[in-house]
Design a protein around this ligand. Sequence first.
Ligand code: 26V
Length: 833
Amino acid sequence: MKGENKKLRPATALPANQDLPMTADAILRDFSHYFGRMLGRRTVSAEAPFLYQAVVYAARDRLMERWGKTRDSIEAKKNRHVSYLSLEFLMGRLLRNALLNLGIEEETTEALNRIGLDLEDVYEREKDTGLGNGGLGRLAACFLDSCATLALPVMGYGIRYQYGMFHQRIENGQQVEYPDSWLREGFPWEIERIEYTQTVRFGGRSNTYTDIDGTTRYQWVDTHDVLAIPFDIPIPGYKNDIVNTLRLWSASATDGFDLEEFNAGSYADAVASKNAAENITMVLYPNAETENGQELRLRQQYFLASASLQDTIRYWVSQHGADFSEFAAMNCFQLNDTHPAVAVAELMRLLMDEYGLTWDAAWDITRSTMAYTNHTLLPEALELWPVSMFRRLLPRILDIIYEINTRFIAEISLRWPGDNSRIQRMSLVQEGSDPMLRMAYLAIVGSYSVNGVAALHSKLLREGLFSDFAEFWPEKFNNKTNGVTQRRWLAACNRELAKLISDKIGDDWTTDLSQLERLSDFADDARFQKQWRKVKLNNKTRLAANIEAITGLQVSTDTMFDVQVKRIHEYKRQLLNLLHAVHLYDRIRRGDGSDVEPRTIIIGGKAAPGYSMAKNIIKCINNVARVINSDPVMAGKLQLVFYPDYNVSAMELICPAADLSEQISTAGKEASGTGNMKFMMNGALTIGTLDGANVEIREAVGAENFFLFGLTVEQIEEMRGRYEPQAIIDADDDFKRVMNLLDSGHFNRFEPGLMDSITQAIREPADLWMTAADFREFVDAQVAAAAAYADTMRWTRMSILNTAASGQFSTDRTMRDYNDDIWHLEPVVLTKE
Ligand code: 26V
């Protein structure tokens, strides 16, 4: 393809469009055009097919002109820019956010009202774009929103999975997974850009040859090639006319795919075999933090890395020719965890094999363009790939990684001569009968910046997991505490609270969240407090209606909504929450519940399909819930709800309604958490351990407005090896009764043995998560939370203060930090035509 694009005439831009009017009239006109003429529908009703698509097209037109202008302005200035490489972008729904950022929500509401439609109903018809597992993927989505709002030239690169995160249904208390066919009715936001198709290679072998200068060069030959087709999604900034891009790659077979392997007679088989190529982008892997090693997953990673780097280089060459001297000054690749870390070697390959750079020149560029963010401390989540798999799938890339390692080990030896154990510890290759590549080490060696996602997490990375590397390159390591975008997580999802806040302090907080501090002046204002409570109650009523619609349960809104929603994982300790629920049930049942503050405990989240312990936890929660909810003695006092199919849109309904936010991971295990920030912003109080960003949340809001409990990281580590959960249980009457209830079969009358795996886990001295160790303090902190809740004025004050102190947890702040310390981008200035 290279160079064959002969232009017959100089390219000319289309005449600039007149800016489309942002009025209800114009929006209605465009809606009618799309609905009637393009989609061919006549009858407008709330249920009409393609109604939502037509509204999107009307909005998209308005994004399109701004998108083009943003691109032109970036090109004109030849600005430095960032490519954010991520296997996950958990975008959720896009329509409300687009209208909010364009500033045309009211006009669109008005337009639809005129034809008897409610915009809120249209919003509900959009499926979530669920191309992520949880925190890491949603963080990437919040980053894109903030970068566009700050006018930072950042492009997201990801994969257009045909099937996103599975849907969870609860059948007989158990999680059952259903495929998420989110593209089935079309996805009106994307633009297919076949003109930027790339070719990605797999398999074959690596060959050497001598070029005309006598230099040894490498060639990757006999490969199986797959096409990467980009689909672009517009990312609008907040009322600033900037529209950035999320580019998602979809795999497609080349026309020659595997044809040579078939005899002339099996043409149909050859075409059918195209499936193998197209499978690469078929499905998102749903197993966050466990189960590494699937070959298809490695294919996905390389596919993303290669297509995205080729795309960036294609653009570079179109602007600068094959002169890479300024490439590093103008480009940065931020790696969202190690998932795209193979990009380190792929950039080396492209620069050397395709553009003829020397090793040293290519390495200089690589090492000054790559930056790596780590998102987990769990050792089992660190990616290791079998060398043998790399040799088979990516032979040329393996050569390069070995060469990087050889040179790296030489560097270590120079600094620490003869320190072989250090070399073994730091080598990119973990030796053994099945040698493995350590992707985190590849990412560190190949990057100029390595960051964690909360202060505590970054400290633990430096002192623990990556201590050898931090000793070698202290200047590479830094912290960037996570955030969330307040446009989605307050302005859009909690419009009533947003309005109350804006009426009090103006609406600058939508782009400067530190403004929320000014709310603290009103924390004791009785009138404001009453309004604040009214909003919370309305949000609880909304959630209660939703819970009834999906589970049939009627929950009482004059109870404390005590919420834990996140992926189900042992380290997050949903089990600890369940123990507390059983404890409250036990107290009320014994007639000791007169001072138990009425609560609705809500737990939601998905378990990785292969993570049997997590699935058991879901089943046990559902069993306990059934007993509690059907016991008349509990009425008005205690309810337990398992919220099914938790996702981004569910959180938009849940976080505005929460009173108490459960952030109860074992200290040192949750890298940051971002749900904790969404709850805080929406006025929930946190009950939590000193883990991840909880530490910073507590510092920001003050210890007196946070319910702290549990062992610290140091205490946890200190206790390992001499942890005796059974002794802890025996010494605590409440705990003993809870365990007896679980052991007795009370919650599993007809399912003998069901609770065994969880009661055993709690009694296990080697329990990594030390659930029993924190039981007593957790129960006591819950008593303190209940007492505070019972004092309405005090609770409301604490709630207001939590929102007021949440300013630093905006991804606007996070992105400024990345930009100041790592990216060094100039904001885009829109050029006038
Ligand atoms: C690992 C794997 C491995 C196998 C296949 C699929 C897959 C997908 C994801 C992961 C790692 C997920 C790591 C993660 O989500 N970490 C979370 O990142 C959040 C954003 O920084 C942070 O707030 C959470 O504390 C952290 O758990």
